[in-house]
Design a protein around this ligand. Structure first.
Ligand code: ADP
Ligand code: MG
Length: 703
């Protein structure tokens, strides 16, 4: 029988456990496994043997180069390729790769953002092998390259990437989580792991059309564009039949991801036309973060093969849905207990209720840190903007847990769980279906979904590292506090109950099961004292308050210096992003839109003149009215263009960092809108054949 394609290709490009078992001497494999399981330091003898096996495997698969693959603070991945070639005495090439080269790399790192952590004259940066995430082969025009997932830090050990803090936060949660479960009798637990499943939304557009739009090329989103007569009004795209061209892209993408050992599972059309989603099966947080980067990279690559462009921007088109990334997060012991699994009788599950109460507490205490971890310039269009839900953090628990919480608050004890019942459709031939204990609430930013929390604020182009770093850290910190209390308690059970009740009582305001997109919620949240910070820039300062620094330092996740440098990088990134957008708008307006409109008015005017000449009595009111309207909008556009040029230049005089970023947010950004508005209006009036770029309709309805 022929093999299914998944079985055939899955993991073929990964140096995974199966390959290692085959390639490594038994004793080396065993001690390697032990190192992994216990999270111990890697012995250099073992590293050498592993490196040799890895090289052999890579060469067998056609690799010529290797690279330390890392995730600098740009949020995307970086790689520098070295060939396996070594100097040899005679003219025959020798291919080498040692344990040292596997474990440590030293890219010249002076051009990566460091926020002042590393002056350019001290350009040393090191990459260190993250041996918990498997090495893989990248196969493209550059040939086959062995990619070794690494963490990236400075000469003095400061994290210069997104992975190091994530790994540190995983250690923190493991340490405190293990302590916590011991109080519930799970003495065999050695580690608590954080699992993450990241759902990825994206847009696909035709590449020829994409290449005609400078805004898509330079900014990743459209900076101009009028809505076509049909948007997403009919909601007929969501879960709709997948078009052939898209389906063949998805098939190709899945195959590539499966080869890389990525558990690509679900695919469907999303709400907006041309928008789609892919979800893999969850895995350990750092691997999930690596995989999500690989997924985004592969989406872009495969799209080009199909003459399409994959847009990962949070808001590529105004007026239709933006793209997010849902971060599904839970904590699981190495013995397989999911701390967020309520079980059949949640009201009796004391561990679950304590963990739940701890999460309720820390989400209520740190909403802005969470909001910040999910923010970038692109996501400002999705959070708190015109067409977007507010940037308020709240928790959705669902009916069953809500009921338990009410019981806890009522009398301090719980006696029952609402039982899951059967769903009767009223049609006899259909099977009775078991109803889930929680209904879905699509509007909650932080929703309990059965055995995990789903953090839905994240922007589609972002790394999942930051938000999981924050989640792990705040929860680890709370676990530590709880364990300190339990360690001292005479009656541990009574203490557990007391803490659970106290946490819920003090922080129940964060729980909201209603419609998070409604206007009423903004008012209600205000009344509850929940913060609603409208933009990324305004939330950055909260990462470097004394409180936040103390929290991250206590859990060994960030030092003060690292946090301060990251804040600088965020300000800088915001300013640069808006600057690029403003410059692109200036370029498009002055070289494409305005000349096209001038040409159109000329044609219109000469047509008016010829009509008048040919027939002096003819009614030319329509043409005249259009000409007047177009001319007025043209003049408006020119004024707005000048203004945008002016303020964008002015920004350079502002002090780099916070001041400049705020100037971009408060002055440049609105000036961009003022230029966009008249040009979008013109698009609706000017003859389509004279419009210089593909329209929204061309881009999202004709893929
Ligand atoms: P939906 O969000 O549509 O309800 P699913 O329930 O299928 O979708 O889950 C979405 C994502 O959550 C998937 O990536 C899935 O693997 C992941 N997931 C499921 N269980 C867990 C868990 N315990 N921890 C982390 N992620 C999980
Ligand atoms: Mg989901």
């Amino acid at each position: 029988m022929s093999k299914n394609v998944i079985e055939e290709v899955f993991g073929t490009k990964v140096f995974n456990d199966e390959v290692m078992q085959k390639k490594l001497p038994k004793d080396v494999y065993k001690s390697w496994k032990k190192t992994l399981e216990n999270g111990e330091d890697l012995n250099s003898d073992i590293a050498n043997v592993v490196a040799h096996a890895m090289k052999e495997w890579a060469l067998e698969n056609g690799a010529t180069h290797y690279t330390h693959w890392f995730q600098p603070m740009t949020g995307v991945t970086a790689e520098k390729h070295d060939s396996f070639l070594s100097p040899a005495s005679d003219s025959r090439p020798v291919l080498e790769f040692s344990g040292k080269e596997l474990i440590k790399g030293e890219p010249d790192a002076s051009s990566f953002p460091s926020g002042g952590l590393r002056a350019t004259f001290e350009a040393r940066g090191y990459t260190a092998w993250d041996c918990t995430s498997p090495a893989f082969l990248k196969d493209d025009a550059a040939g086959v390259v062995l990619c070794i997932p690494t963490a990236f830090c400075s000469y003095t050990g400061e994290a210069l990437d997104k992975k190091t803090p994530l790994l540190r936060s995983m250690e923190a949660i493991s340490k405190q989580g293990t302590r916590l479960v011991k109080h519930f009798g799970y003495d065999d637990v050695k580690r608590v792991l954080c699992s993450v499943g990241a759902e990825q939304e994206y847009f696909l557009v035709d590449r020829d059309k994409y290449l005609k739009r400078k805004d898509l090329i330079f900014a990743g989103r459209t900076l101009f564009g009028a809505m076509p007569p049909k948007g997403q009004d009919l909601e007929d795209h969501y879960f709709g039949v997948i078009k052939e061209r898209i389906a063949s892209f998805m098939k190709d993408l899945n195959t590539e991801l499966w080869k890389l050992g990525i558990l690509a599972k679900t695919q469907h059309n999303e709400v907006a036309p041309a928008q789609h989603e892919l979800a893999p099966i969850f895995t350990t947080a750092n691997i999930a973060a690596d995989h999500n980067q690989m997924i985004m990279e592969m989406m872009k690559k495969v799209a080009i093969r199909h003459n399409m462009e994959c847009l990962l921007h949070e808001k590529p088109f105004a007026g239709v849905n933006g793209s997010g990334k849902h971060d599904n997060w839970s904590l699981v012991t190495d013995t397989g207990i999911n701390l967020l699994n309520p079980g059949k009788r949640p009201h009796e599950n004391k561990l679950f209720l304590l963990v739940l109460s701890a999460i309720i507490k820390v989400v209520d205490e740190n909403p802005i840190l969470l909001r910040l971890s999910a923010s970038n310039a692109g996501n400002d269009h999705r959070l708190g903007a015109n067409e977007a839900p507010p940037a308020i953090i709240s928790i959705f628990l669902g009916q069953q847990l809500e009921d338990i919480i009410e019981q806890i608050l009522d009398e301090g004890k719980v006696s029952s769980s609402l039982q899951v019942d059967k769903l009767d459709t009223g049609v006899h031939v259909l099977p009775l279906i078991k109803r889930d204990a929680t209904d879905r609430n699509r509007t909650s930013p932080f929703a309990f979904t059965g055995n995990k929390f789903e953090f839905r604020m994240l922007g589609s182009s972002m790394s999942v590292s930051d938000c999981n770093t924050v989640l792990n850290t705040i929860v680890a910190n709370e676990f530590e506090r709880i364990c300190d209390e339990l360690d001292k308690a005479e009656d541990v059970n009574a203490k557990i109950k007391e803490i659970t009740v106290k946490n819920i009582e003090a922080h129940k305001r964060i729980i909201f099961n209603g419609d998070g997109y409604s206007e009423g919620w903004v008012e209600e949240a205000k009344r509850r004292g929940l913060p609603n910070i409208p933009s990324w820039v305004e939330s950055i300062p909260y990462s470097i308050t004394d409180e936040s620094i103390a929290l991250f330092e206590k859990q060994n996740v960030f030092t003060r210096g690292e946090l301060e440098s990251r804040a600088e990088i965020m300000y800088e990134n915001y300013s640069k992003t808006i600057n690029i957008e403003a410059k692109t708008m200036i370029d498009m307006a002055s070289k494409q839109y305005i000349p096209a409109v001038i040409k159109y008015t000329r044609e219109l005017a000469s047509s008016i003149n010829s009509v008048k000449e040919a027939c002096p009595d003819a009614d030319i009111s329509v043409q005249t009215e259009i000409l007047k309207r177009v001319s007025t909008l043209l003049a408006k556009s020119q004024v707005a263009l000048k203004r945008l040029e002016e303020v964008n230049n002015e920004s350079e005089a502002k002090v780099e960092g916070k001041e400049r970023a705020l100037f971009y947010r408060n002055v440049v950004f609105p000036a961009m809108d003022d230029l966009r508005n008249p040009i979008d209006e013109l698009e609706m009036v000017v003859d389509k054949k004279d419009w210089p770029v593909p329209s929204y309709g061309d881009l999202i309805f004709e893929v």
